[in-house]
Design a protein around this ligand. Structure first.
Ligand code: SER
Ligand code: ZN
Length: 530
């Protein structure tokens, strides 16, 4: 990225012959100020040429790492000091003219954005010409965000899809030299009628399916979440757009979010034309319904931890109130997965236990470490499965659309660890596709405490962390490795089964649909009632 622009300074008076020496010194000082703080002066800014004209000083500058807005302000501040102290010349005004940002490669950017005047793009280079900027503009966060956006786009263009990062941290020993089963539990659950497809990526979980899902979830809460001191809260499940703006989701994942609209009015009479039409024609055309709705003001629960940051947003916390350790399991999350939907593994509506915490950096890291240990024990001993964990591109970066090159990882810095379980029905352990991500655990640093302004009363930096346990996915992966026969399940689950008798299955004349399905159901019932 390179910047260029002309800084036009209006002085409090015209310069005379006797000011020239001081002026030349002042320009020298401007040059120095432009490289201040850069180890390699090439990274800073430099003066390409300058001239003085009556009351004006016109200085053309270019820079690499030093943003052009900051470069212009450095020019002003330096001149203010040198000319003010030595010649009592003040600075009336500053303008940045013909500013441009040059980026290697081709990036796409809209001319509708504020301050963007025009764009020249070729496959090698993109040049963004900016409007003339006054001092007020130079200090605006909008300009800062525009320049940040450009630098992210440049990074993205340079790294392409390569910013995705996956690095194995730990893996369990091989536990099933010969897999206990190679059955696809998604198929069994559907065929035996434990779940029925409601709509794309959405299922109805009959009491027996709900029982199985709750079983794994309850054991997780009992073995991992509660012993570590997390307490339950209930978070809302539809969020105002503003929340998604702050978390970054609206920027990064708008393509997979589900939105909600309120009706335009509460007065049912105003719907009469539509309600009469639906009565007579017995159809509900979405395009007609849309006419009676407001624009979408909400999106449906996406990451599930958003309301936690909102709750502490704008508040001052003190030492006695941190760390805060909560979890929410109160409702579904929604992700539109387009073509990727499969069984219960990849759905649009899913259930999750979301564990969240807030505290000082060392507290947040310690809680993550405790949680990590408890997860490992849960996978390795409690459920006794084949698992692995990896350091990945943090979900909150992926989900905010921001990019950064992932360097060597440091586990105590912000980042995400994914948990994956082996799905024998998919194939061998060596194939990446045979592993299912069932959960993750993250340290966010200040990614959310900053935009939501969560502050400590003594100014200590606050961090957050969160961890998601995808209920459907844990169940599927558990069944994929251990099958449906409780004889082959670990003791905790067998105990759960004996303490909590499973509910009756659903069987009707026409359900489950197929002969195989009915046989499957008989088999499952026999297993569970043993
Ligand atoms: N909120 C985190 C995520 O969306 C953990 O569930 O991945
Ligand atoms: Zn979260």
């Amino acid at each position: 990225m390179r910047f260029r622009g002309i800084v036009k300074i209006e002085l409090s008076r015209s310069l005379g012959q006797d000011d020239l020496k001081v002026l030349e010194e002042a320009i020298g000082e401007v040059s120095q100020s432009l490289v201040k703080g850069f180890r390699d002066p090439e990274d800073g800014g430099r003066i390409l040429n300058w001239r003085s004209e009556d009351k004006f000083l016109v200085i053309e500058i270019e820079s690499r790492r030093l943003r052009i807005d900051e470069a212009a302000m450095r020019v002003k501040n330096s001149l203010e000091e040198s000319l003010g102290s030595r010649r009592r010349i003040g600075i009336r005004d500053i303008e940045l003219e013909k500013a441009l940002v040059e980026i290697d490669g081709e990036i796409r950017i809209s001319t509708k954005l504020p301050f963007v005047k025009s764009i020249d793009a070729s496959s090698e280079r993109t040049t963004i010409h900016l409007d003339t900027l006054g001092e007020k503009d130079l200090k605006k966060p909008i300009l800062l965000r525009l320049l940040r956006l450009l630098s992210e786009k440049e990074l993205k263009a340079r790294w392409g899809g390569k910013t995705e990062h996956w690095q194995l941290i730990k893996e369990s020993r091989i536990k099933f030299a010969t897999p206990l089963t190679k059955e696809d539990p998604n198929k069994v659950l559907e065929e035996a009628g434990l779940v029925k497809r409601f709509s794309i990526g959405q299922w109805l979980y009959t009491p027996l399916a709900t029982y199985l899902m709750n079983m794994v979830r309850e054991v997780f809460i009992k073995e991992v979440v509660v012993p570590l001191g997390f307490t339950e809260a209930i978070f809302p499940k539809i969020y105002p757009l503003e929340v998604g703006l702050k978390t970054g989701h609206l920027r990064g994942t708008i393509n997979s979010m589900v939105f909600a609209s309120l009706p335009k009015t509460y007065n049912i009479e105003e719907f009469e034309e539509l309600t009469d039409y639906m009565y007579v024609v017995n159809e509900a055309p979405p395009e007609e319904v849309a006419k009676y709705l407001r624009y979408p003001d909400y999106f449906l629960c996406y990451a599930q931890c958003e309301p936690f940051y909102w709750f502490f947003g704008g508040e001052l916390v003190d030492d006695s109130s941190i760390p805060v350790k909560w979890f929410d399991r109160s409702g579904p999350s929604f992700r539109w997965e387009s073509g990727g939907i499969y069984g219960l593994e990849r759905v649009i509506e899913f259930h999750r236990v979301e564990v969240v915490w807030l505290g000082k950096p060392e507290q947040v890291v310690q809680i993550r470490n405790e949680l990590l240990k408890a997860y490992e024990k849960f996978m390795d001993e409690v459920l006794d499965l084949e698992w692995r964990e990896a350091w990945v591109t943090p979900w909150y970066y992926e989900q905010s659309g921001a990019v950064e090159k992932v360097e060597e990882f440091d586990i105590d810095r912000p980042g995400t660890i994914d948990f994956e379980l082996w799905l024998p029905y998919r194939g061998s352990r060596e194939d990446r596709k045979s592993w299912l991500e069932v959960g993750n655990i993250s340290i966010h640093g200040t990614k959310f405490t900053e935009p939501f302004r969560i502050r400590h009363n003594k100014g200590v930096t606050l961090w957050t962390g969160c961890s998601g346990f995808g209920s459907q996915r844990w169940l599927v992966a558990f069944l994929a490795q251990r099958g449906f026969d409780p004889e082959k399940w670990p003791p905790v689950l067998r105990e759960y089964l004996s303490r909590n008798p499973p509910p009756e299955p659903v069987a009707m004349v026409t359900y489950p649909k197929t002969r195989t399905g009915r046989d499957e159901l008989d088999r499952l019932i026999k297993f569970l009632r043993k």
